[in-house]
Design a protein around this ligand. Structure first.
Ligand code: SF4
Length: 215
């Protein structure tokens, strides 16, 4: 599913106005005081992307989760662990990739002592594309991997059928190569073992395409 209330087409993250800096470290520092939408109010901190500026491949997820919000780093929770395992099985060294999210603050609903993930709205995704566009501009990666519908929406600027394009590498109007696949948290929500194993194998297959861009 695309982000909540995602109806209209917006400029893709890489062509709309975005943060500008020569170094990721400068972008990261600037993003720490971002108030472009309301999500900063309840989250612990901005969770900016992680990885080398020289990385040729960028992986984009949806938003930080509970663990990421506390740690201040993307993909360090259960979905991140699963992503690491699947990248490893696909023959991809995560340390060669830059990993980030379409939205940099954790959106959640409190439920007792727990904080339950809440889907970012289309407006929040569009606001935060300011930072994703900045990361894309600094890195200029050879391949961007959209992990799930929110990342795909931010990168393409419209709701693209994830199931239809899954496993494909799209070429955007700016020449960017974009691999479409699921978010690893999708696998965590599948209860049937056989179904989960089959989907996991398919995800690993999708990720194998990355190896061609790391040679
Ligand atoms: S979610 Fe993004 S746009 Fe909103 S306050 Fe955080 S960094 Fe800024």
């Amino acid at each position: 599913m695309a982000p909540a209330q995602a109806a209209s087409r917006v400029p893709p993250a890489f062509v709309q106005p975005h943060a500008e800096a020569r170094r990721l470290s400068a972008l990261r520092q600037e993003s720490e005081s971002c108030e472009r939408c309301d999500l900063y109010k309840n989250a612990t901190q901005t969770v900016f992307g992680d990885g080398a500026q020289a990385a040729r491949v960028m992986l984009v997820g949806e938003q930080p989760g509970d663990r990421e919000d506390i740690a201040g780093r993307p993909f360090v929770g259960p979905a991140g662990k699963l992503l690491d395992e699947c990248l490893h099985e696909a023959g991809v060294d995560r340390s060669l990739c830059y990993v980030t999210n379409a939205v940099k603050h954790f959106k959640f609903e409190p439920r007792g002592k727990r904080r339950i993930h809440a889907k970012p709205s289309a407006g929040e995704v569009q606001r935060c594309a300011w930072w994703l566009g900045g990361e894309l501009d600094v890195l200029r990666p050879d391949l961007v991997v959209a992990l799930g519908a929110t990342a795909l929406y931010s990168l393409m600027g419209r709701s693209v059928g994830l199931n239809k394009e899954r496993g494909h590498i799209l070429k955007t109007s700016s020449g960017l190569h974009l691999l479409v696949t699921i978010h690893p948290s999708f696998l965590l929500r599948i209860h049937d073992h056989q179904d989960r194993d089959a989907e996991r194998a398919r995800f690993v297959d999708d990720l194998r395409s990355i190896t061609h861009y790391l040679k």
